[in-house]
Design a protein around this ligand. Structure first.
Ligand code: THU
Length: 160
């Protein structure tokens, strides 16, 4: 038996003001995207903003559906929007935020497992890490430097 310790660096910021201008700006774009989310069922709006290496910012938000499983998360709307328009894009970072109409979300919104898997596919392809920043409506901001931090031992095309 061999024990492996997986260690990762996670940065936790108390306020958006502590972020670099680039991160601050991207998170503000995610807030803007969130305001346009279509979330009439959960009343939980999520916004995502991707910064591409060429400087372009791509926005996405959750899109719900009366047939609930047909809805889609903000992160996947954003990443698919980016790669359907720019198939050779390199994603530098993604900022994610959320808020609810029924309570105050005071902790960073963690991307769901399917979104992590989807983002991981593109990170592996581009061979450059994607930074992920996430926050709630208020409160702390979490920043990690790669999908590998959020999704260790991921399934990828090396298994196929
Ligand atoms: N949601 C996202 O957009 N991203 C996530 O990572 C988690 C959940 C959305 C899906 C649904 O519209 C609402 O939040 C409640 O689950």
């Amino acid at each position: 038996m061999k024990e492996i310790i997986i260690s990762n660096t996670v940065l936790i910021y108390d306020t958006i003001k502590e972020l670099t201008n680039e991160d601050n700006n991207l998170l503000k774009k995610a807030i803007e995207a969130k305001s346009k989310a279509y979330a009439p069922y959960s009343k939980f709006k999520v916004g995502a903003a991707l910064l591409l290496k060429n400087g372009k910012i791509i926005l996405g938000n959750n899109q719900e559906n009366a047939a609930y499983p047909s809805g889609m998360c903000a992160e996947r709307v954003a990443i698919w929007k980016a790669f359907s328009s720019y198939p050779n894009a390199i994603v530098k970072k993604i900022a994610i935020t959320a808020s609810s109409e029924t309570f105050t979300l005071d902790k960073p919104v963690s991307p769901c497992g399917s979104c992590r898997q989807t983002l991981s596919e593109y990170e592996i392809n581009q061979k450059e890490p994607i930074e992920i920043l996430f926050m709630g409506e208020i409160g702390k901001i979490i920043k990690v430097n790669s999908l590998k931090t959020l999704l260790p031992f991921s399934f990828d095309n090396s298994f196929l």
